[in-house]
Design a protein around this ligand. Structure first.
Ligand SMILES: [Zn+2]
Length: 841
């Protein structure tokens, strides 16, 4: 009997004990955090274990999947009471942000929501390791301190934002490290191979993609983010090995949309971290390097959406491995790095919990100001609905939807800033024009995306200084200081083409959707032509580049032809217009030599060592995910082995191409061009080709200083100003109006201008003698937005940016500015399509 009671007692206490015990990452994984790398699947399995063991306090939700099919998760950690009430907390929070559909009054007496994002840059590995320590500390039932914080705080953890990048790094590192790590920086384990683990599968930097959401990781994550809208968001990073830890407050420039509270609270958080770092004798810095301006980062995007958004930076990164020598003679270990991020993780939760009431009060105020547009100089933005802009407007509306920005139709008239002329002008708001009011919950994001010129307190920024949407999307727009009456919902009709029998059909060439449809028609084996001149037929007008499909040449499809064409056009939301004759009323007949057959092109792109991974990624992603047209990636080092006869178009992304200095390879390349090959050279690749003896473009030399009297002391500089010196000669990314030859195939679908994002100080001479074509040039006074150093500003005029050259039977297209920048520069995509499909046909 006694024995039985004893057994019972021990069974009960065992149950209690197991209920009250949560294995640490070390106990679960079998090694101390920081002594080995934890691959992503084991990171996930620990979170799953924690959620299964502590179901009342931890909820794990899969929100998506990466390109390489790794799962993406968020873990919700809080008190049992909050976790059981999670959905109410979420809807109440949306009410606080004026984002809920219902009109119920929100409660400010609600938990603060803190979102911690780990490992957005895949090779900045310590943060996912730190995340494991953090989720344990928060969920551990024996940790009384965290239990206190979680009474009024919900923590959302993203264990790894970029698992494809992280595993790329970790798998590589594990394959090259010995039994013991080697801290010498010249050892191979500190030399990550191309393209490195920083980016995602398509070589995109996910920490530049928050607003644009071109990548599936961002698309899936921000959908969840927008359902939660936290009060605090932290993005964990690493920087160079020798840098001490960086945390808030951030550096100048701050965008002036950032509120006083948002600035002040960064200081509050920073001081809390400093307390722990001081206690441990750790080194750190604040207020330098990491600014708050470009709206697509993991710190700024949350800030412009009402949160305290921050970046924390640990020294380390892709060259530091498990342990690395520092300049100070220390060894920086993965363990150290993880401990620092772990410390700021908990300190962030602590200080947010201590200030939960004021966080919620100020958050509420942010969104109450938003719906009255209290902090917006411009009260509304108007996008003119021109038929030729249809595809780019539709792309813009998709971007607005991704960011939960509201828009309507409108009516009336007004005065406002014309993005095209840079002047105040009168305008009308007609049927179908889009009105984006600044008075809405996302008011600050609206301002950030649309204001003509963002103001910089300090020009030494980390990123581009201009991105205004009317320029990036190439739209006619006005910014109005007066509110504009909103109309109804904007209708987004999907195209349904009829496929009745006809002499032919015409597809306008106006954007990525047109190009995608044409590419798919090519792949289906359908023969097409394009007209180099505008034409009118069957009562309809078509612009240059319009693609014509005739029964002639497509006999093999028989009566199924038009149904097939209509299916592809419907899928791409592209309208096809029936024409009953090839005898045009204006322009050239379909049988004219000015109407060219369009050949399906076999496209290859150079990649690998020497090529900019980001530049290559932009092209790769564009082909696969937007154009959905096949592209063969060839390592630049293997170019001698390329099957040239199977390449029609060769794309050279931004990069340094060593084969050009190898005589045999360079000759083989030129021979291929002369025999009909078509090259598309981008950014520095264009610069490299310009130095080949056969090239017809050349870098523009500096104009002579015509100021007459030179300052004899201009060479004397203050030591203290050394960080600023040189800035007068640079642009970190600003917008210029380019004058365009819209009759040139590279510019089909464009008006006589193009807005370019200029990120360097290079300009080319106009090409002469008819050997090349000046398709896009910079004239005088064409800068529209962003920072350009005053010395460079004087030089950036009267030069060439976009050109083509005929070489034998082939051609070279020079795109010296990045027309696919981060895949959000929508206006440049058609130029790229022209270079691939139109130039040299
Ligand atoms: Zn980073």
């Amino acid at each position: 009997m006694h024995k039985r009671i004893l057994l019972l007692v021990s069974a009960v206490s065992l149950t209690l004990l197991s209920f009250a015990q949560l294995k640490s990452p070390e106990a679960f994984l079998g090694y101390k955090i920081g002594t080995r790398y934890t691959p992503h699947w084991r990171v996930v399995s620990y979170y799953q274990y924690v959620a299964q063991t502590m179901p009342a306090n931890v909820k794990l939700v899969q929100y998506g999947e990466t390109n390489e099919h790794r799962p993406l998760y968020t873990a919700f950690i809080s008190s049992a009471e909050n976790i059981s009430n999670l959905e109410n907390i979420r809807t109440n929070n949306l009410r606080l942000a004026n984002l809920a559909k219902d009109k119920a009054m929100p409660s400010e007496n609600a938990p603060a929501i803190v979102w911690l994002s780990y490992n957005v840059h895949g090779n900045e590995t310590s943060s996912s390791e730190a995340g494991l320590l953090t989720v344990f500390a928060l969920a551990d039932p024996n940790n009384a301190q965290s239990k206190e914080w979680l009474k009024n705080t919900v923590v959302i953890m993203d264990p790894c934002v970029n698992p494809d990048g992280r595993d790329r790094y970790v798998n590589w590192f594990n394959s090259v490290v010995g039994t013991q790590y080697n801290p010498r920086l010249d050892s191979r384990e500190h030399r990550e191979p191309w393209p490195g683990g920083r980016s995602n599968h398509y070589n995109f930097d996910l920490n530049r993609d928050w607003a644009w959401q071109t990548q599936i990781e961002s698309q899936q994550r921000i959908k969840v983010y927008n359902q939660w809208m936290p009060q605090v968001h932290v993005d964990f990073h690493e920087q160079s090995i020798n840098s001490p830890y960086y945390f808030a407050p951030a550096a100048q420039p701050y965008h002036d949309a950032i509120t006083k509270w948002q600035r002040d609270f960064q200081v509050t958080i920073g001081k809390n971290h400093a307390k722990y770092f001081d206690k441990n004798n750790w080194l750190y810095f604040t207020k330098e390097v990491f600014d708050l301006f470009y709206p697509s980062y993991g710190d700024t995007y949350p800030i412009y959406n009402g949160a305290i958004g921050m970046t924390y930076e640990q020294g380390g990164g892709g060259s530091s491995g498990l342990g690395a020598d520092t300049d100070e003679g220390d060894t920086l270990t993965l363990y150290d790095r993880a401990m620092h991020h772990f410390t700021t993780s908990l300190s962030t939760v602590e200080i947010s919990s201590l200030n939960a009431a004021s966080l919620l009060k100020e958050y509420r105020k942010f969104f109450n100001d938003a719906v009255t547009a209290a902090n917006s100089e411009y009260k509304a933005y108007v996008i003119k609905n021109k038929p030729e802009d249809k595809e780019r407007i539709s792309a813009l509306l998709t971007l607005l939807d991704k960011n939960a920005i509201q828009y309507t139709t409108g009516s009336g008239a007004g005065r406002g800033y014309s993005y095209h002329t840079g002047k105040e002008e009168s305008f009308t708001v007609g049927q179908g024009d889009i009105v984006i009011s600044a008075a809405q919950p996302r008011s600050t994001m609206v301002r950030l995306l649309f204001e003509p010129q963002s103001r910089l307190v300090d020009s030494a920024t980390y990123d581009i200084t201009a991105w205004s949407m009317p320029y990036a999307y190439g739209l006619t727009a006005f910014a109005s200081k007066a509110a504009i009456t909103g109309g109804g919902a904007v209708s987004k009709d999907s195209v349904k083409n009829s496929s009745t029998d006809s002499y032919g059909y015409v597809i306008p060439w106006v954007g990525v959707s047109s190009a995608r449809a044409v590419g798919q028609l090519m792949n289906a084996g359908i023969k097409m032509r394009f007209s180099e001149s505008p034409f009118e037929v069957s009562g309809k007008s078509f612009a240059r580049g319009a693609v014509i499909i005739l029964k002639k040449g497509n006999e093999k499809f028989g009566s199924a032809l038009w149904a097939e064409v209509a299916k592809i056009c419907d899928q791409n939301n592209v309208t096809m217009s029936a024409v009953s004759t090839g005898f045009v009323d204006k322009g050239y007949d379909f049988g004219s030599g000015k109407v060219h057959p369009m050949k399906a092109v076999k496209v290859a792109m150079l990649t690998g060592d020497g090529v900019s991974s980001l530049g290559a990624g932009e092209v790769w992603h564009f082909f696969e995910k937007e154009l959905r047209y096949p592209v063969t990636l060839i390592n630049a080092a293997d170019i001698a082995r390329a099957k040239w006869s199977d390449i029609d178009v060769l794309i050279m992304p931004d990069g340094n191409y060593r084969f050009l200095s190898d005589k045999a390879s360079a000759e083989q390349f030129v021979l291929w061009v002369r025999n009909g090959g078509r090259v598309v050279a981008m950014e520095s690749a264009a610069g490299q080709l310009s130095r080949q003896e056969w090239s017809v473009i050349a870098v523009k030399k500096d104009d002579k200083d015509t100021s007459g009297k030179k300052d004899p002391y201009s060479a004397l500089k203050l030591f203290n100003d050394r960080d600023r010196d040189g800035i007068e000669n640079t642009t970190p990314g600003s917008i210029f109006r380019v004058d365009v030859d819209s009759s040139h195939p590279l510019m089909y679908g464009y008006p006589n201008y193009y807005y370019t994002l200029k990120m360097d100080d290079v300009l080319y001479e106009f090409t002469k003698d008819g050997a090349g074509w000046n398709a896009g040039v910079l004239k005088k006074d064409n800068q529209l937005a962003g920072f350009v150093g005053y010395k460079l500003k004087k030089k950036l005029k009267d030069g060439l940016l976009f050109a083509t050259q005929n070489l034998g039977r082939g051609s070279v297209t020079y795109l010296t500015d990045d027309v696919l920048f981060r895949n959000f520069w929508e206006n440049g995509k058609l130029m790229f399509c022209n270079a691939v499909f139109m130039v040299g046909q």
